[in-house]
Design a protein around this ligand. Sequence first.
Ligand SMILES: [Zn+2]
Length: 432
Amino acid sequence: MITAASLLLLLHVAADLRVAPFRADATPDMGEPLIWTTPVTKIMDPLYAKGVILESKGKRYVMCSMDWCGISGSTHRMLTEALAKGANTKPEYVELHTLHQHSAPYVDGDAYALMRKLLPKPPLLMSDAYLAKLANNLTRAAQSATFQDIDQVGLGEAKVEKVASARRLKVDGKLVIRFSTGAKDPKMAALPEAPIDPMIRTLTFASKGKPVARMHYYATHPQTFCCDGRVSGDMINAAREGFEKEDGGAMQINFDGAGGNVTVGKYNDGSDAAREALAERLKQGIRDSVKATQWTSPGDVDWRAENIRLPHRPDLADHKAILAAPAKRTDIEIYRAAISVVFAERKRPLTLTALRIGGIRILHMPGEVLLEYQNFARSLQPNVLVAAYGDLQSGYLCPDVAYQEGGYEPSASNAGPGTEAILKGAIRKLLR
Ligand SMILES: [Zn+2]
């Protein structure tokens, strides 16, 4: 018999998880810088920040992914606060990530401040006016998001065919680096795809049998082209927005996993045809992952955080020297050196968080994390969804062996050997 008391309990349980999806424009204005300092000359397609506000037991959590190459330092903090304000929650409950397209901006406010202090003529910096407009877009989008009661959560996964491919390869015992347009060279295209994580994983929030929002997790650099003044969300945006049109109005949000050493290089020669084919194959992976969804009722929600401090790169003096004598240096060298120096002098810790909804876990990491850490997290919790590319000030986060081997990622990392024990320790604490 259903008593009044048990009916009240049922109503309470049914409404315990609410989700509000939102979308904000994040397209830079003409003349503003893309990675690293290239001015915008053409908008191919708009960039977005898309996310959800999740509410449970009176607490609100925000997970947002932006079509930018990187957001770090005080800029990451400022935009996180803008989202927290709009969602009426604490910044500590906001995860802001990027998808790491290279036809998009990369802004580090701490490096900007250092360059403004040290250099009479700093490189092209994103204007305060545009950043204020963007922060306002995020606040307003979160503020006007509509909550829906969630009665089912679903998890699906599927293999994505011929999109991700390894950037660090061992060929005859030697390290070979295959960049994002690797397939211009047939020899690079012929090298193996692995090691990658070929699976895309999808978390769906549904209300009364209708999907409200889907969050897709897949680990790869998404860029097919770079640094020529054209703004685009690239192939990942095309796949995501294309699927959104097929999916009956549910918001589609993509997160990049630990794809620091994964690119589309085996399959991308930089042509429009290659980009379109990659987008189609990724969209098929999204479709298959959605189709494979297994439903459960939402369980308890739990949010954990771990703060870490990472060692800086050993050759910091070289980067300081670039800033001390910038005359013969390029704008890119100067900006990247500035990010390296502010990372080494950083006071605020980096934070990893884990969200648990019943048996589903999402791990959020700062930095451009290499695949080895995603594999490590999944060895601890086989179902965990992994999002990297939070505050990106550290650059690449490599396993210690990569710092010994050398190659591209450690050379572009602002962190140093010793990172592995600290990062794995935090992942272990969050996922235990
Ligand atoms: Zn990268």
